[in-house]
Design a protein around this ligand. Structure first.
Ligand code: NAD
Length: 418
């Protein structure tokens, strides 16, 4: 059987938006505006490599919507980054911030590079020059980047320092996900995973699933995936399979996550972990389990494999892992999909807390961060759940109806300038 060509993330994002816009009966003018990004900047910039040569890299920063506040969204370093992907990720950020009722619009950025092939010095020069190129549109009141795939708190420290050097004084609020020493927030590193696990807990209660002893599969054992695995296992669940870009491992009796972490630290991958059998990144999605956490990249659950997924809850720690066609198949099968714009919104929520702390020069205890995060995640989960119940739809459509309406309302009252 031949499978349909894979849709771009942007095609998926627009399709999801169109579905919500038509269901909401959105004003045609507002729908046309929201269907496209407000600004997109593509840059080409040179980096001096360690061997003395010069390489030119392509990067992007896209601001999808600024109706409710400054653009907010991560910076991705990956060999497959392209403008269509960044556009999609920026649109998803608009909805994510609106679902969480944060005073932000959506943005995203990325550089087409495999950072694992660069030295630390090359990576720093690339980050600093990319920051310089996009400095014309970022700022604490206009567009606030954060980490995403293959970027981390060190990347944010370089970005913050570069921006601060340009303006002549220290501007902690220009990026979030910074090291604590530079005005980062306690709890930020774990926030995406913690938020996802709060959602899983609320979802499990809705379907009477006891998380103690529940089986969990995680695709993408990075920042979001590995911490989600640890947090859910601390609640008594059994993580039976995990994977990274090199492949996956499984053990039906449950993986010893501390040992997996040590193995990954030593070898760079989870692959070949003692006491596990290998599983491919596609096959891992089809392992029967109670909770499936896609935490890698887009387009993993499609019309081709959705019918083979045997789980009760799909918790989208990754952005865009499920296509609209797969959504329908999973909905009919009775699986509850906690959509990305809700499930992984813990990261941007604590980023917002970090920005608020930076602007006020007033820092909170970790307990306070986590308690505020829990309150916001639980409220958003139930708002989305109730909207989906009312509309007899899956949670993704519920989340879209809520968030697209919030952004549209802001645009309507602001009016069209001039
Ligand atoms: P990361 O770079 O820390 O981890 C990504 C992991 O996925 C790595 O282990 C990598 O090896 C693995 N991976 C890459 N390609 C894969 C493939 N084809 N199959 C299986 N595994 C693969 O990145 P992250 O920050 O954890 O981000 C993961 C996802 O979560 C992304 O979709 C990102 O947009 C989303 N997300 C992250 C945050 C955050 O705060 N970190 C917030 C919101 C959403």
């Amino acid at each position: 059987m031949s499978s349909a060509p894979q849709k771009s993330a942007w095609a998926v994002a627009q399709q999801q938006f169109d579905l919500a816009a038509s269901r909401l009966g959105l004003d045609a003018g507002i729908a046309a505006v929201l269907r496209e990004p407000r600004r997109q900047l593509t840059v080409h910039f040179p980096v001096r490599m360690d061997d003395g040569s010069t390489r030119v890299f392509e990067g992007h920063r896209v601001q999808h919507n600024l109706g409710r506040g400054p653009a907010k969204g991560g910076i991705r370093f990956h060999q497959d980054v392209n403008i269509e992907e960044v556009k999609a990720l920026s649109m998803w950020m608009s909805w994510k911030c609106a679902v969480m009722d944060l005073p932000y619009g959506g943005g995203k950025g990325g550089v087409t590079v495999d950072p694992k092939k660069l030295s630390l010095g090359e990576l720093e020069r690339l980050t600093r020059r990319f920051t310089t190129e996009i400095a014309v549109i970022i700022g604490p009141e206009s567009d606030i980047p954060a980490p995403d795939v293959n970027t981390n708190s060190q990347t944010m420290a370089w970005m913050m320092d570069t921006y601060s050097m340009h303006v002549g004084y220290t501007v902690p609020g220009v990026v979030t996900g910074k090291p604590i020493a530079l005005g980062g927030s306690l709890g930020r590193n774990e926030a995406t995973a913690r938020g996802a696990v709060f959602c899983i807990r609320e979802a499990a209660a809705k379907i009477n699933l006891n998380l103690k002893g529940a089986t969990v599969v995680v695709q993408g054992y990075g920042n979001a995936g590995s911490i989600a695995a640890r947090l859910i296992s601390e609640m008594g669940a059994k993580v039976i399979a995990v994977s990274d870009s090199s492949g996956g491992i499984q053990n039906p009796a449950g993986l010893d996550l501390a040992a997996v972490d040590a193995h990954k630290k030593k070898t760079g991958s989870v692959v070949a972990f003692a006491g596990s059998t290998p599983v491919s990144n596609q096959a891992i999605l089809e392992i029967p389990c109670d909770v499936l956490i896609p935490a890698a990249l887009e387009n993993q659950i499609t019309a081709d494999n959705a019918g083979k997924i045997k789980t009760k809850i799909v918790a989208e720690a990754a952005n865009g892992p499920t296509t609209p066609e797969a959504d329908e198949i999973l909905f009919k099968s009775g699986a509850m999909v906690i959509p990305d714009i809700l499930c992984n919104a813990g990261g941007v929520t604590v980023s917002y807390f970090e920005w608020v702390q930076d602007l006020n020069r007033d820092f909170w205890e970790e307990d306070e961060v986590n308690a505020r995060l829990e309150k916001k995640m639980v409220r958003a989960f139930h708002e989305v759940y109730e909207m989906a119940q009312k509309e007899k739809s899956h949670l993704r459509l519920g989340a879209y109806l809520l968030s697209v309406q919030r952004v549209a309302d802001a645009m309507k009252v602001r009016g069209i300038y001039p």
